[in-house]
Unconditional design. Sequence first.
Length: 465
Amino acid sequence: MALHKDTTAEHPTSNRPNPFVVAANPLVASNVRPPHDRLEDLPVPPDIAYQLIHDELLLDGNAQLNLATFVTTWMEPQASRLMAECSNKNMIDKDEYPQTAEFESRCVRILADLWHAPDAATAIGCSTTGSSEACMLAGMALKRRWSNRQGPGSTARPNLVMGINVQVCWDKFCNYWEVEPRFVPMEGDRFHLTAAEVASRCDENTIGVVAIFGSTFDGSFEPVADIARTLDDLEARTGLAVPLHVDGASGAMIAPFLDPELQWDFVLDRVVSINTSGHKYGLVYPGVGWVVWRDRDALPEELVFRVNYLGGEMPTFALNFSRPGAQVVAQYYTFLRLGREGFRAVQQATRDVATGLAASVAGLGPFRVLTKGDELPVFAFTTTEDARFSVFDLSRRLRERGWLVPAYTFPENREDLAVLRVVCRNGFTHDLASMFLRDLKVALPELDQQQSPGAAPAAASAFHH
């Protein structure tokens, strides 16, 4: 029998990594822990750094199953490749990256033409980091036009009229720029601003009215043409010329292709500016937004800075400065790639999924559908009075299957109404919709066994994506 020396003491097994495991996953042997509060002293090999972060990100929700967000979660690989190639280009360096700047200008003209600007070739507009910044810029222009009409030493306080369903960026605008927000509350089954509510809230200090063309609460379009006619009548009766801004964060990239007969854009003389979110139904990854003014008179010249930057004069109107040019390039790629007919096909397919899914949910029994997905491809639904579960119960159950569906209460005057909202986007197919419906049906029998609906969580407020 062969004799072997015991080497355990010389080589403790606790310090000897399994060579097969190490080959499969270097993290096992690395003993690296990611910093939580302070920067570590030593560097980490790139593969290990990547794997650590990659593994932690597995705890995020699945973007494809996220029915809460309006933001684009799928693009073609060619678009992703272009974005990677442009990730190191600073959008603000227009003198150094003139073609990226040219793409931005082309996008502005394309949008101006799409929205029936009087002269799209000379339209003025810009890209932003998203529709929230675009709203801020449009609001600043409204306030400056009002301010320029005030006499010396005026102490008047400006106000802005809008529905309570506006995106939170408008609350921020009014707070940051000291404008009185005149919110029109919801009432009964009226969940957004209507023409009848506008005129009585306008006066000589109203800098504008904001119409939401695609409410985040339920996906409905506010009646922009009716609001514009009301403001036209107000001016004819009183002389008050109140401009209209259209927040088309989502709808401004839906209606031109699916509802061409709908009057909501610059075809209405009252509309002075429009914003949209390129990273929503503009079909681009976050973050890019756009704002276009009707003409140069709508954007006071003094708000545009002309900066001598890196050897060239650069006009700029923005709240941000340096930002990547990748999203602007991706927006131009999407315009080039799809054209009008491609956009129509994509948006129609998305609306078809929304309307079909809304109809299926309505047919299940314990639900009441508030909107049908036939404006924005978005619908909201609530439970019937005799249901033994709440929308919050159902949201939690759907999350167990990976579906992220927000449940929230409506704002002031309808805080009694709690809903679920489903946002359908490019990439959310009929197949995925059928799987969502299947999982919803599977959850119902167990939820029906509850004695009573569960309470809303403390933070059950509206999503503002």
